[in-house]
Design a protein around this ligand. Structure first.
Ligand SMILES: *[C@@H]1O[C@H](CO)[C@@H](O)[C@H](O)[C@H]1NC(C)=O
Ligand SMILES: *[C@@H]1O[C@H](CO)[C@@H](O)[C@H](O)[C@H]1NC(C)=O
Ligand SMILES: *[C@@H]1O[C@H](CO)[C@@H](O)[C@H](O)[C@H]1NC(C)=O
Ligand SMILES: *[C@@H]1O[C@H](CO)[C@@H](O)[C@H](O)[C@H]1NC(C)=O
Ligand SMILES: *[C@@H]1O[C@H](CO)[C@@H](O)[C@H](O)[C@H]1NC(C)=O
Ligand SMILES: *[C@@H]1O[C@H](CO)[C@@H](O)[C@H](O)[C@H]1NC(C)=O
Ligand SMILES: *[C@@H]1O[C@H](CO)[C@@H](O)[C@H](O)[C@H]1NC(C)=O
Ligand SMILES: *[C@@H]1O[C@H](CO)[C@@H](O)[C@H](O)[C@H]1NC(C)=O
Length: 393
């Protein structure tokens, strides 16, 4: 139906745009009309309207309730205790979107989009030459059904269920969702009581599950599984070098999220205070991080406990921290240095064995220069000559 209505609108739009290009005046015409809708109480509804014309037409919204005594009334941005919001743009052509939040059944009725570009359109006494053009949509607001969500659990199973009282329309099927993940769809079941079974322990499947009934309008309920934090350490044992920063991390995948995290050092009663000593704690919902600056072997080695608390209780985990001496980090380097030293020594010894003469001569020359010989410089010079002569031989 909407597609059928769009074709003449498009033709009209082309005609009007053609007239605009030619510089002539054109009365207002709709290129998009609001669509009728069904909604549940507390939902919101949006209606959209677009018009062309030259000059660009003004768009207004009017409402008429279903009661026989009701009269038509104009709606404006902020009307009905701010539940009505109107966004309009006026460039090239006019567009307007009205949205009504937190619907009640009294909001059921006819919503009318009116457009006009007649200069006298809003005159109080003069009636305009060209009348406002109108386009209507019906909004039906239905009382929201009550959907009761529940769960029961055994050692290895969790059964979720939703039960809708007084369905407002035909149920064409349903689906179960967790966050944006679809867990199950059933497109034939028209029952108002539906269930979904999870294999596993309830602690591992906390969250807000949604049951969605396929009907017009769609109805949603939820089953909330709340457990105390199931805290796990990111790593059960951490290593750090003396002087470096140690980072210990714990997290909780459970619902509801952890409200407060606390860290304890084994053997100490009081929790670690953020910012004291070399400790910095960073906690964000699911996750907590304990940073220990300038690790020390004596002070910081040992077990640390993280403890997360939510409305359901608390849970914790233990992380063991080992601090290695700074030298430990140097061992590989020292190993290489030692290896090089050994090689150099071997080469040196080998060289020494290959040329014994030269080395002997060197020794004799050295001995002749001993401090004890300092007084006999002439004799030394004489001996030097001898050496040089022998070398020449
Ligand atoms: C219309 O009539 C109903 C009762 O039938 C009354 O509650 C309501 O206030 C009336 N509305 C107006 C606008 O007079
Ligand atoms: C109207 O505009 C505001 C701000 O630009 C936006 O937040 C709001 O969602 C719009 N409302 C509608 C009904 O488009
Ligand atoms: C929606 O309307 C109901 C009654 O009309 C009111 O009690 C409730 O506070 C409203 N909710 C919001 C979010 O405005
Ligand atoms: C579902 O709710 C209706 C009434 O709201 C009740 O009569 C019915 O027994 C419920 N069904 C189950 C399976 O609990
Ligand atoms: C779950 O349903 C209850 C009651 O229907 C509602 O108040 C609550 O906001 C819902 N929670 C979520 C997360 O949708
Ligand atoms: C909490 O953890 C879950 C799964 O581990 C994740 O999907 C969710 O986004 C986290 N929430 C926050 C507030 O970090
Ligand atoms: C701990 O203190 C640091 C700054 O020193 C801050 O950034 C951090 O948010 C604090 N953590 C908590 C859990 O308050
Ligand atoms: C965690 O802390 C809370 C309150 O600080 C305490 O009651 C609870 O026993 C602690 N749990 C663990 C596992 O340490």
């Amino acid at each position: 139906m909407a597609a059928g209505a769009d074709v003449p609108c498009a033709v009209l739009a082309l005609l009007v745009l053609g007239l605009l290009a030619a510089g002539g005046d054109a009365t207002a015409g709709f290129i998009k009309s609001p669509l009728s809708q069904r909604r549940l109480t507390q939902d919101s509804v949006e209606l959209h309207c677009e018009a062309v014309g030259s000059p660009i037409p003004e768009i207004q919204w009017w409402f008429e309730g279903n009661e026989p005594n009701e009269t038509s009334a104009q709606l404006w941005d902020g009307a009905w205790q701010d539940r009505v919001q109107i966004n309009a743009t006026y460039n090239l052509h006019s567009t307007s979107t009205i949205s009504i939040a937190n619907l009640t059944s009294d909001d059921s009725g006819t919503y009318e989009c009116r457009a006009s570009n007649d200069p006298d359109r809003n005159h109080l006494s003069k009636s305009p030459k060209v009348k406002w053009i109108r386009s209507q949509a019906n909004v039906l607001v239905i009382e929201r059904p009550v959907i009761t969500g529940q769960y029961s659990s055994t050692a290895d199973k969790v059964i979720l269920s939703c039960n809708m009282s007084a369905p407002h329309a035909v149920i064409r099927g349903h689906k179960w969702m967790l966050g944006d993940k679809i867990l199950k769809t059933d497109e034939s079941d028209s029952n108002s009581y539906i269930s979904y079974t999870i294999e596993g322990k309830v602690e591992d499947h906390s969250g807000v599950y949604e049951c969605i009934y396929e009907m017009n309008p769609v109805a949603k309920g939820n089953v909330s599984i709340e457990v105390q934090p199931q805290v796990v350490a990111y790593k059960k044992s951490e290593h750090g070098n003396e002087g470096d920063t140690g980072v210990l991390t714990c997290k909780s995948p459970s619902y509801p999220p952890v409200e407060s995290w606390v860290w304890f050092k084994s053997g100490q009663m009081d929790p670690i205070v953020n910012g004291t000593g070399s400790y910095i704690i960073k906690s964000a919902g699911n996750k907590t991080e304990l940073r220990i600056l300038k690790l020390s072997i004596e002070k910081d080695m040992g077990d640390y406990h993280c403890n997360g608390t939510n409305v359901k209780g608390s849970g914790g985990a233990t992380v063991n921290l080992r601090v290695r001496s700074r030298l430990a980090a140097l061992w590989p380097f020292l190993g290489i240095v030692a290896e090089v030293l050994v090689l150099v020594t071997i080469i040196f010894i080998y060289e020494k064995r290959r040329k014994p003469d030269e080395v002997l001569d060197g020794k004799r020359w050295l001995r002749s220069n001993l401090p004890g010989d300092a007084g006999k410089s002439n004799a030394t010079n004489h001996k030097d000559k001898n050496v040089r002569q022998r070398n020449a031989n």
